[in-house]
Design a protein around this ligand. Structure first.
Ligand code: AMP
Length: 291
């Protein structure tokens, strides 16, 4: 397993592999890896001859005041976790953006952004209007640098997966997009790098999201089709556990448009804040098919 830090070297490796007929899979991550990420790597391994995992905390998707500076990082431990999985390359660039001058240290050298105009607006896009712009742009850059045949994402970030699949389709990227199932902790909490920053109490309280999704699933199985009933029980349960709901929506699997009556498989997407005693906050983004 090699660690590559330069764009040029990364592209060169990929091109030489493809010349030899090797199929390449890319798993983009921001590091601080857990079993959720590793399940994506296992899927990539099944679908290609060579696997590249990128580890890059993308400044382009953090708004000012969000947790870019304190986003959890542990590169050495990530390397150890990837070693046994047959990963060929860890692509760990220092910075993927062109900086006009070190003094400015901003995005002044970069002015091209990708927007997936409708899919990016709802759900997470409501309170983070520039988030998907940053994600779509960095994934485009990674696809252009690594030139993979397959790219693997997790459905934990359900909207992100849909946004990126649409971008790949609309812009004719020559890559197959795979979405992998959400991996949860034994008690049901969606695995997320940011979970490490929850206090024990917050972590326990955050389980209300999972429990309310399970409850919604049960209600649908017993015949409930009214989305507002399902949403109300979830919002009440999460609020009672001390969470501040950012959104709770039942949406069409592809268009992500709200669904009032559940007549076919749909996604219940919830994001909520659980306050830390530091001033920083974060979200947990589970999504689950409920019908
Ligand atoms: P991140 O490092 O948070 O940017 O995530 C990198 C990739 O791993 C994304 O495609 C995520 O959707 C995916 N991922 C993160 N957590 C999970 C999880 N618990 N289950 C499945 N995929 C996940």
């Amino acid at each position: 397993m090699a660690i590559v830090r330069e764009k040029g070297a990364m592209r060169q490796w990929s091109r030489s592999q493809r010349q030899c007929g090797q199929r390449i899979a890319l798993v983009p991550t921001m590091g601080f890896l857990h079993q959720g990420h590793l399940s994506l790597v296992a899927e990539a391994r099944l679908r290609a001859d060579k696997v590249v995992v990128s580890i890059y905390v993308n400044p382009g998707q953090f708004a000012p005041g969000e947790d870019l500076d304190v986003y959890p990082r542990d590169f050495d431990s990530d390397v150890e976790k990837l070693k046994p999985l047959g990963v060929d390359i860890i692509f760990n660039p220092h910075d993927l953006y062109v900086r006009e001058s070190p003094e400015k240290n901003g995005e002044s050298g970069h002015e091209t952004w990708i927007r997936v105009e409708n899919l990016e607006k709802s759900l997470c896009g409501g309170s983070r209007p520039l988030f998907f712009r940053g994600v779509a742009t960095v994934v485009s850059k990674l696809l252009n640098i690594v030139e993979p045949d397959v790219v693997v994402f997790g459905k934990k970030d359900y909207q992100q997966w849909r946004v990126l699949a649409r971008m790949v389709r609309d812009l004719d990227f020559g890559v197959e997009v795979i979405g992998c199932p959400l991996v949860r902790e034994a008690d049901g909490l969606a695995m997320s790098s940011r979970n490490v920053r929850l206090t024990a109490t917050e972590r326990k309280n955050a389980l209300a999201i999972f429990h309310s999704l399970k409850r919604a699933e049960e209600l649908v199985r017993s015949g409930e089709t009214d989305s507002s009933v399902l949403i109300e029980q979830a919002v009440t349960a999460i609020s009672n556990a001390g969470g501040k709901v950012d959104y709770a929506s039942i949406v069409d699997q592809e268009t992500l448009k709200s669904v009032d009556k559940i007549t076919k498989p749909s996604v219940f997407a919830i994001a909520a804040w659980f306050e830390a005693h530091t001033s920083k906050r974060w979200r947990i983004f589970p999504g689950q098919t409920i019908a």
